[in-house]
Design a binder for this molecule. Sequence first.
Ligand SMILES: NC(=O)c1ccc[n+]([C@@H]2O[C@H](COP(=O)([O-])OP(=O)(O)OC[C@H]3O[C@@H](n4cnc5c(N)ncnc54)[C@H](O)[C@@H]3O)[C@@H](O)[C@H]2O)c1
Length: 453
Amino acid sequence: MYEESNRRHFLKKLGIAGSALASVPTIVMGKTSTPPVHSMSRGKNSSANDKLQIALIGAGGMGRSDLNTALSHPNTEVVAVADLYEGRLELIKQKYGKDIFVTRDYRKVLERDDVDVVIIATHDHWHKQISVEALQKGKHVYCEKPMVHSLDEGHEVIKAQKKSGKVFVVGSQLLSALGYEKAKELLNQGAIGKLNYAEGVWARRSSGGAWNGAIPEDASPKTVDWDTFLKDKKRYKFDPERFFNWRKYKDYGTGMNGDLFVHIISGLHFVTDSFGPNQIYSTGGIRYWNDGREVPDVLVGTFDYPKTKTHPGFNLSLRCNFVDGTKGGYFYVMRLIGSDGYMEIQPNKVILGRNKVLSGIDPNVDPAEVHSAFQERKRMVSPEEIIYNAEDGYKGCHYDHFGYFFDAIRYGNSVVEDAVFGYRAAAPALACNESYFQKKIIQWDPVKMKKIG
Ligand SMILES: NC(=O)c1ccc[n+]([C@@H]2O[C@H](COP(=O)([O-])OP(=O)(O)OC[C@H]3O[C@@H](n4cnc5c(N)ncnc54)[C@H](O)[C@@H]3O)[C@@H](O)[C@H]2O)c1
């Protein structure tokens, strides 16, 4: 948590408070045109000899990536895979061999005694149901984000996790990154002073980036279990566009909020130890990709975070533009802004920018610590930007996220992104959807995890 004393300690380390000048390393103290670069690292994840038997439910793009990362950890093995489209089950057999049990029916996977861990990477509207059933069957669960598809589904998952005693983790992997861990440490040290604002921006300008994926030529009611896909939603006739480009439709996806905003909200909650905002508003529209989609291609969300024991009151602004004309391509940025500077947080890197102290002494520093006779003397200038980089060979946050998950299963460690955390991160994103569609401000109780009004 931010404390003024931590901030003063950090200033001293940077050489801004007078009495600590002598002990500060030259790389931090010296005026330099190149930002100093620091290295971030972490001890190796420990591993046990007992093999974890894994099943995947939802073998699309992310599911296969999750499985690949999971299996890159020692002592893991895939035993079963469920998916609603034959083409994806075929891909699994090609990669992992014909002995892997594959099925369209996820319940057959959950019934198997040889499955310890289930990865759920289905479309969003199936997350809650399969998570609850998997926990009831005594499986450890890694469920992709957003944890739930609608605001009212969260408590059921929390209850199922508690009752099962199994490890449940949500797949917003950013918060397991070295970059986010470093940002948390720096914020607590007061590196940017008092937090007042956070922002996240996504910009894309491509058909694929706007969720128009290729539809396989063999897609048909024979190769796709359309009825199961629809779940309890409206009964449309077979429509491969809805099945493969599901993010564009409210019944199955959660728009930019559940696809993208939730990642930043999760990372932010981790860095600030926050339970979430109490007021959410969003606006936007379908500005270009007028292709029958139901969710906006330009969206702005604003979130009010009330002052708590762990952080001051601050505002969060998130925006996403799939019609971005300035840079093209694809980029995203996450920044925290404080009274003394900012942090740009990336999975492998943190850029810390500090307000320049132009003359005299930083007004926030206790004058008693300053030798007043030397006020006019030239002073060492602290760097305006410090870059923290992950060590070469860092395997990344996706690997780490699975590492923490497996450690929790093997050694009883706790995971950060459990069902309570996952719901507190998903809820503001889902409230953002409600705000957009209902054109109103959503009031939310982040402690009780309940909508107000
Ligand atoms: N953590 C991340 O960075 C990240 C990135 C991309 C996607 N995701 C999340 O992963 C999930 C999957 O996204 P994707 O891009 O892989 O989608 P996708 O369309 O490529 O794959 C989804 C798969 O789920 C299967 N499926 C749906 N319902 C099922 C059911 N009841 N039983 C068995 N299989 C079922 C479908 O057949 C499909 O193959 C989404 O929730 C998405 O938000 C997370």
